[in-house]
Design a protein around this ligand. Structure first.
Ligand SMILES: Nc1nc2c(ncn2[C@@H]2O[C@H](COP(=O)(O)OP(=O)(O)OP(=O)(O)O)[C@@H](O)[C@H]2O)c(=O)[nH]1
Ligand SMILES: [Mg+2]
Length: 484
């Protein structure tokens, strides 16, 4: 009885008949082998289809790095290099942003001028000690070691004539759907210190975008009837005001007392984001068309995470679609990065190397280079990114070069640098070694350290870098698909 229970009914059902002839056995074995072959080929096909599907999925690339590291500028380089038709179609929409950048540059100077002129008059009236508490001041107060600024009536006149630019700034922001006063606490805390000698001068408040679709459609989307006429009228009005102010803007910018004032305030306008004052004449022309370089240099802060789909028109990835995610880089926005780590093919991490002597406005105790190291470590050690390709752009090498040439010594800010030569090559390689070391220590599995020394406002050089990066990302995507 016990034995009867041990017989497997299925095995019994498929077992060959006890009286099977050799010919029948041969036929059965052949049929079984054929069935196995078909089953294996179906499995193989399923695997290939799954991999093909994964390969077809858009490649996802995340651009990470602190604010003003150059993420949005890198994204623009991707668009310019790989999607030139779409880029050309959008170029026009950047005119308003560039006008806004220029007007804001000038208003920064006018605000300082107003402050200095008031201070100069007060100096005559009273010798009362003004507060030296500059923590909250948007721009550093005048340094007392500089000589007095000898303003003339001409300065007062220019200031008066350029007064309409304040209203125009608001108008342009409104046209772009920009909320420059919204979330003021974030914005106010988001100015870096541009002090040439490490003295902390925060940059003027910036406007930001929530959605690139939104602002582009504000200036580009076809409208009808009175809305379209109103928009065209506002655009013409802005162009006219700027054209009318062009000469005065140039006069202010080139004025020696104004330059002295900026030096005194330790504000290097040329190093600030979205600087266009050297191009006043060109941009203020009524028929101004933004050049590729202008668009690449135009500055709009990113808020949140912006998704860009780029259809590659050329290169090894031609025909494929990539999803690039451009994120806001200030500290308050970094929590929004994490959900995008999942299912991401590659990360391009931007670290500005010129900022070794600057501090975060969000936290004035934190050095900007240290902040990059910290977030690089977080990215390298993330479990979700364990198999993601990570590429490092040590960016703003051009500004690093300028800073070193102006006499800033790295060893005074990064003690471990010691007595190495204070040149751009040695300094950037030294920083790269540190990033490499962090990656090695913190990656969950061995990964290749891919580093590029970039100045992403140089579109030609960046196109070359991107072609190498493109291949690496493509390869990583295919390998990941085959492993899926
Ligand atoms: N000189 C120089 N300027 C650069 C370089 N990269 C970016 N910039 C400028 O730096 C400013 C900030 O660049 P963005 O690309 O807007 O910075 P971001 O990382 O997107 O900043 P958030 O949107 O605030 O996170 C812009 O005005 C750029 O033109 C560079 O390599 N060299
Ligand atoms: Mg950005």
């Amino acid at each position: 009885m016990g034995q009867a229970h041990d017989v497997d009914p299925l095995a019994a059902a498929i077992a060959p008949p006890p009286d099977e002839t050799p010919a029948a056995r041969e036929a059965r074995l052949q049929a079984e082998a054929e069935a196995k072959r078909i089953s294996e080929s179906i499995d193989e096909q399923l695997k290939t289809e799954k991999a093909a599907l994964k390969k077809k999925k858009p490649i996802k690339v995340l651009l990470l790095g602190q604010s003003e590291s150059g993420k949005s500028t890198t994204l623009k380089n991707f668009q310019l290099t790989y999607s030139p038709k779409a880029w050309a179609e959008e170029r026009e929409s950047w005119r308003t942003v560039i006008q806004l950048n220029l007007v804001r540059n000038m208003n920064t100077i006018l605000d300082l001028l107003a402050e200095e002129m008031t201070a100069a008059t007060q100096l005559h009236v009273s010798s009362a000690s003004d507060s030296s508490d500059d923590e909250e001041a948007p721009i550093a107060p005048p340094s007392r070691s500089d000589g007095p600024l000898r303003f003339t009536d001409q300065h007062a006149l220019l200031k008066l004539r350029l007064a309409p630019l304040h209203g125009l700034q608001k108008d342009l922001e409104a046209r772009l759907g920009i909320a420059s006063h919204e979330e003021k606490e974030n914005i106010a805390a988001d100015g870096y210190y541009l002090g040439r000698w490490g003295i902390h001068v925060s940059r003027p408040q910036e406007a930001f975008i929530r959605s690139h679709h939104a602002w582009k459609s504000q200036v580009m989307a076809p409208l009808t009837g009175s809305s379209q006429r109103y928009r065209e009228m506002k655009a013409r009005e802005a162009t006219e005001i700027i054209a009318g102010c062009a000469e005065d803007m140039r006069a202010i910018w080139e004025d020696s007392i104004i330059q002295q004032m900026l030096r005194k305030r330790k504000l290097r306008m040329e190093a600030t984001s979205g600087f266009f004052l050297n191009d006043v004449e060109r941009i203020a022309a009524r028929d101004y068309e933004p050049s590729d370089d202008d668009v690449v240099r135009a500055r709009l802060r990113t808020l949140g995470v912006q998704e860009y789909k780029i259809k590659f028109e050329k290169g090894p990835a031609a025909g494929s679609e990539w999803c690039l995610y451009d994120v806001g880089g200030s500290r308050t926005q970094r929590a929004a990065w994490f959900p995008y780590f999942d299912d991401c093919d590659a990360i391009i991490f931007l670290a500005p190397v010129n900022c070794f002597d600057e501090r975060l406005a969000e936290d004035r105790k934190v050095n900007r280079l240290e902040d990059s190291y910290l977030w690089w470590k977080l990215v390298c050690s993330s479990k979700l990114l364990a198999r993601t390709e990570i590429i490092l752009f040590l960016n703003k090498c051009d500004l690093l070069d300028q800073k070193l040439q102006s006499g800033v010594l790295v060893k005074e800010h990064v003690r471990s640098f010691g007595d190495r030569p204070n040149d751009v090559d040695t300094v950037s390689k030294y920083f790269a070694l540190h990033f490499k070391d962090i990656m090695k220590r913190n990656s969950l599995q061995t990964r290749q350290f891919r580093v590029y020394y970039t100045s992403v406002i140089d579109t030609k050089a960046t196109a070359v870098t991107l072609s190498i990066v493109e291949e690496a990302i493509l390869r990583a995507h295919l390998v990941a698909a085959d492993l899926a």
